[in-house]
Design a protein around this ligand. Structure first.
Ligand SMILES: Cc1cc2nc3c(=O)[nH]c(=O)nc-3n(C[C@H](O)[C@H](O)[C@H](O)COP(=O)(O)OP(=O)(O)OC[C@H]3O[C@@H](n4cnc5c(N)ncnc54)[C@H](O)[C@@H]3O)c2cc1C
Ligand code: SF4
Length: 478
């Protein structure tokens, strides 16, 4: 696995091991790649000008001390670099892999701004932490002293897991409930393995288990176990359930076979990579092999779907988006990756309906243009009359974004306040909800967002929960 990770380091991917002598023993191979990766990390880290105005740090949601760990890496002091990077980030190797760095740290690197190409901060962060894992520097969150208070966390995504890690390190008894059979949330079943290898996530889950975090999986709160039961069992509760309600497509034929939800399509693909039996994949329902695929949407989920379809061996993959390239919500880096892999983008195009009978055979596409800005300042797409055409398709993937489920109703807890968008209302610093002792973090508060923000929320909420647990009234109420 270390070998596989080395291959993904910065530009190393192009220089594949196949080009090397097949007789090289695997141990030598790893050593060669370790040396190469180390050299590249030091080279990139050494490019940091230590400018003294760390915009990169200011634009990292975790406020990572990037210049200092780059300097330590350039000096070959990797363990110190790791210690510094993990002090502010619970999962640095995950952020290093999947943060949209072009919009965060790297996009604000002074060297990038001066036109000389960013320091590849994310890749260095990933390298430091992968090395820490290989060297045994990453330790389970084992506390010096156990405490009696317990916290129930609903949702084992990055928000819930970051909080679990922080609370456990302070000796709190932590139980994480999740409706899936594996922990990790979208890290496990949403984000594809070619962006985030599954063993990287599972290593973190195991590390938490080794530190004493209890996981109750296959437990759909509100169905298998009531929210009240969880509240009654723990001194504080954290809700970190993410957003999973898919925005739907309408129009004639929208219910045909072969029109599927992005989350189902990606989950099936991720399950296959775990070696699970996935009947919907085997039957072809959630498998793009040999198909003409149309993905509808312009966000990062759409990019993951098109790139997965290419890897599954689709005969063609097209992405329909109703605005133009400049106005799409997804990362430009991801669009470029997808284009290089053979995806065709059809800008200013939206589905009007679907052809075929029980099974979809094509998408009726409406051509669009950008009109006047709407209330948000973005130019609204308008239909060009008479511009319709047919795009043939055997598989259509709906990747139009996610909304929160109606948690107060589903969990019979009407006093839990939500916003008009259905996200849970929580204080932006403490993350406390309208219910005493109940906190909420991540996408269920922010709406569909980023892993790094969920980690930040989880860490902040853990701090607030520790303060709450320390209040005399909390103990008295038990
Ligand atoms: C396809 C896709 C690709 C993405 N790619 C990126 C990326 O490259 N970079 C990035 O930064 N962000 C990416 N994101 C966004 C990122 O994954 C999320 O912002 C992040 O995972 C949110 O973390 P969370 O902890 O709030 O929720 P989640 O990761 O969604 O975890 C929520 C957990 O709660 C559980 N749950 C929900 N309801 C219940 C219930 N009733 N009972 C028990 N358990 C429940 C779920 O099973 C899940 O495990 C992507 C999102 C998607 C959908
Ligand atoms: S956590 Fe994300 S934004 Fe922050 S330094 Fe790492 S890759 Fe950049």
């Amino acid at each position: 696995m270390a070998q596989q990770r080395m291959l993904q380091f910065v530009t190393v991917a192009k220089e594949t091991p196949e080009k090397r002598d097949a007789s090289v023993r695997s141990q030598d191979f790893n050593e060669i790649y370790r040396e190469y990766a180390e050299r590249k990390a030091a080279e990139q880290a050494g490019r940091c000008s230590q400018c003294g105005v760390p915009y990169c740090q200011a634009h990292c949601p975790l406020g990572n001390n990037i210049p200092d760990w780059l300097r330590l890496t350039a000096e070959g002091r990797l363990q110190e670099a790791y210690e510094l990077s993990q002090a502010t980030n619970t999962f640095p190797e995950i952020c290093g892999r999947i943060c949209p760095q072009d919009r965060l740290c790297e996009g604000n690197c002074v060297i990038e701004q001066s036109g000389h190409g960013t320091v590849t901060i994310g890749s260095v962060e990933k390298y430091i932490t992968d090395t820490a894992w290989d060297m045994g520097w990453v330790k389970p969150p084992k506390p010096h002293t156990e405490r009696t208070e317990s916290v129930g966390i609903i949702g084992a995504g990055p928000g819930g897991l970051a909080a679990a890690d922080m609370l456990r390190r302070k000796g709190v008894q932590v139980t994480v409930y999740d409706r899936y059979d594996r922990a990790g949330g979208l890290l496990t079943y949403g984000i594809p393995g070619f962006k985030l290898e599954k063993d990287v996530v599972m290593n973190r889950v195991k590390q938490l288990e080794d530190g004493g975090v209890q996981f109750v999986l296959n437990c759909n709160v509100g169905v298998d176990l009531s929210f009240d039961a969880i509240r009654g069992k723990h001194d504080a509760v954290l809700i970190a359930t993410g957003v999973y309600k898919t925005r739907d497509l309408t129009g004639p034929g929208a219910g045909a076979n072969g029109i599927v939800r992005a989350i189902d399509y990606l989950t099936a693909s991720n399950r296959k990579s775990f070696g699970d039996e996935v009947p919907e994949f085997e039957s072809g329902e959630l498998n793009a092999t040999g198909k003409r695929v149309v993905v509808v949407g312009g966000g990062d989920t759409a990019m993951d779907c098109v790139r997965t379809a290419i890897r599954q061996g689709a005969t063609s993959v097209k992405c329909l988006y109703r605005r133009d390239r400049a106005n799409m919500p997804g990362s430009q880096r991801e669009v470029q990756n997808a284009e290089e892999e053979g995806v065709e983008f059809v800008w200013l195009a939206a589905p009007k309906g679907f052809t075929g009978g029980a099974d979809v055979e094509g998408v009726m596409v409406q051509k669009m243009r950008l009109g006047a800005p709407d209330a948000s300042g973005r130019r609204s797409p308008e239909i060009i009359e008479g511009g319709d055409y047919l795009e043939e398709a055997d598989l259509v993937v709906k990747a139009l974004g996610f909304e929160p489920e109606e948690i107060p109703a589903l969990w019979s807890v009407p006093e839990l306040e939500v916003t008009r968008w259905g996200t849970i209302k929580a204080d932006f610093r403490t993350h406390q909800t309208s219910l005493p002792g109940v906190y909420a973090v991540g996408d269920i508060v922010r709406g569909a967002s980023l892993v790094v923000w969920a980690i930040r929320d989880g860490r902040e909420a853990a701090e607030a929960i520790l303060t709450y647990l320390a209040q005399p009234s909390t103990v008295a109420a038990e």
